[in-house]
Design a protein around this ligand. Structure first.
Ligand code: PLP
Length: 372
C-alpha cells in the first residue's frame, strides 16, 4: 500500500540516468560529480556510488553528507564561507572553490597543509539562461569574479577555475559558453590544473546530444591537455526518475472554476512550479479540453496562490482519487518546506523488482523539532 502523499523514486529510471552519466564520463575522460543541491536522497547513495564516486557541496551540511554518505570528500563551492564554519568545511573537502578574491585571501591560509585544491569561480558574463532567477550572469550578479577583476597572474594557491552558467541546457549552449570563457579567461588556463564547468548539463534529457558533448569536451581537452575537466550536474541525475503521488481530499467550485483540493501543496512540495513558474505533468491528465471535466489543482496550505491549473481528465474527479505529478524528484525533494505544518510526503523507492520500499515517513516531531 503506497502512503499518500509520497515521493516515489523509480530505481530503473534512476540507474539508466546514472549509467548514461558514467558512460559520458568515461568516453569524454572527465570527472562528473553529483550536485547535492539538486538531489540529496542519501538513502539511495549506495546506488549512486555504483556509478560515480564524488559530489559537489554548496554548504557545510552538504559537505558532511558527502563524507558520511558518499564516503568521499566534497568539491565544495559556497557563495560565501563564514569563519565559524570554514575549518570544518576544509576538513570535509578535497576541492574548495571561492566566489571572490577576498574570500580566497581570507581563507586560503586555512587550507594549507590540508591537501585541498583551491579554485575560484569566474563569471563569464554570458549565459543562455533567460529566467533571471536561474541566471548567474544576470546584470549585477553576485556569483563569480568577472574577467576585468582578475590579475594577469592568478594569486598563488589557485589551482582551478569554476564556472556555472547553464540551467537545463544542452551541449550547444555549453559550446557557446566555452568559447566566451576561453576568450575571457583562456590566458589563465596554463596557470591552473582543473576547470569545473559547473552544472546545468541536462545530459539525461531525451534530446540531449551526448555525442556532441563528448566531442566539444574532447576538442577542448586537445587544446588544454593538462586540464582536469569536471562537470557537476544535479538535475541530470534525477531527471524523470520519479513522481509525487497525492490524493484528492475535496472538490470546491467558485466562479465556474472547479478546484481539486489535494493532500500536497505547490508551495511546500513543488515550489519550482510557483517559482519558475512551470506547469507540471499529471499522469492521465491533459491540457484543458472543451467537453472534458477540467480542474485546478489546489494545494493544502493557506497561501492563496497555492494552486496550479488547469488540467482536463477523462472522468470527473472524486474524493479519494490519486493524482500523480510527474518528474518531481530533482530539486523538488530538497526544496520542500513544512510551511503551515502540512504533512510532509513520505519518501519511497520503487525497486527494479517492482517492490515499493518505504524510505522515510515524516511526523509531528519533524515539524516541531525545527521550530524550537
Ligand atoms: C554552482 C552550481 N553547480 C552545480 C549546480 C547544479 O546544476 P543543475 O542541477 O542544473 O545541473 C548548480 C545549480 O544551481 C550550481 O549553482
Amino acid at each position: 500500500m503506497i502512503p499518500s502523499p509520497c515521493y516515489i523514486l523509480n530505481e530503473r529510471d534512476f540507474r539508466n540516468n546514472l549509467a548514461l552519466i558514467r558512460s559520458v564520463q568515461e568516453e569524454a575522460d572527465i570527472q562528473i560529480i553529483l550536485a547535492f543541491k539538486a538531489f540529496a536522497l542519501w538513502s539511495v547513495f549506495p546506488i549512486v556510488k555504483e556509478y560515480i564516486s564524488h559530489s559537489t557541496a554548496s554548504s557545510l551540511w552538504e559537505a558532511k553528507l558527502a563524507v558520511e554518505e558518499m564516503g568521499s570528500k566534497a568539491h565544495t563551492y559556497a557563495p560565501a564561507y563564514s569563519e565559524k564554519e570554514f575549518e570544518e568545511i576544509a576538513s570535509l573537502s578535497s576541492h574548495i572553490t571561492f566566489n571572490s578574491l577576498s574570500q580566497f585571501e581570507r581563507f586560503y591560509p586555512k587550507t594549507k597543509k590540508k591537501n585541498i585544491s583551491c579554485g575560484l569561480r569566474i563569471n563569464p558574463e554570458y549565459s543562455e539562461v533567460s529566467t533571471d532567477l536561474y541566471n548567474p550572469c544576470a546584470n549585477g550578479s553576485r556569483l563569480g569574479v568577472v574577467a576585468e577583476q582578475l590579475p594577469q597572474q592568478l594569486p598563488e594557491g589557485i589551482e582551478g577555475l569554476h564556472f556555472h552558467t547553464l540551467c537545463e541546457s544542452n551541449s550547444f549552449d555549453l559550446e557557446k559558453t566555452l568559447t566566451v570563457v576561453e576568450q575571457k579567461f583562456g590566458h589563465l588556463f596554463h596557470q591552473i590544473k582543473w576547470l569545473n564547468m559547473g552544472g546545468g548539463h541536462l545530459i539525461t534529457h531525451k534530446e540531449y546530444d551526448t555525442k556532441h558533448l563528448i566531442s566539444v569536451i574532447k576538442q577542448f581537452k586537445a587544446k588544454y591537455p593538462h586540464l582536469h575537466i569536471i562537470l557537476e550536474p544535479g538535475s541530470a541525475f534525477a531527471w524523470q526518475t520519479g513522481n509525487l503521488l497525492s490524493t484528492v481530499l475535496d472538490i470546491v467550485e467558485n466562479g465556474g472554476i472547479k478546484t481539486a483540493m489535494l493532500d500536497v501543496s505547490f508551495a511546500c512540495h513543488m515550489p519550482d512550479c510557483l517559482e519558475m513558474p512551470y506547469k507540471p505533468t499529471i499522469k492521465g491528465a491533459y491540457e484543458p479540453t472543451a467537453g472534458k471535466p477540467t480542474y485546478r489543482m489546489g494545494g493544502n496550505s493557506c497561501l492563496s496562490g497555492d494552486f496550479y491549473g488547469d488540467w482536463s481528465f477523462d472522468k470527473e474527479l472524486q474524493v479519494g482519487d490519486t493524482i500523480i505529478f510527474e518528474d518531481m524528484i530533482h530539486y523538488t525533494l530538497v526544496k520542500t518546506t513544512i510551511f503551515n505544518g502540512v504533512t510532509h510526503p513520505s519518501l519511497a523507492l520503487l525497486t527494479e523488482k517492482g517492490e515499493l520500499k518505504l524510505l522515510r515517513e515524516f511526523g509531528y516531531q519533524d515539524y516541531k523539532s525545527r521550530m524550537g
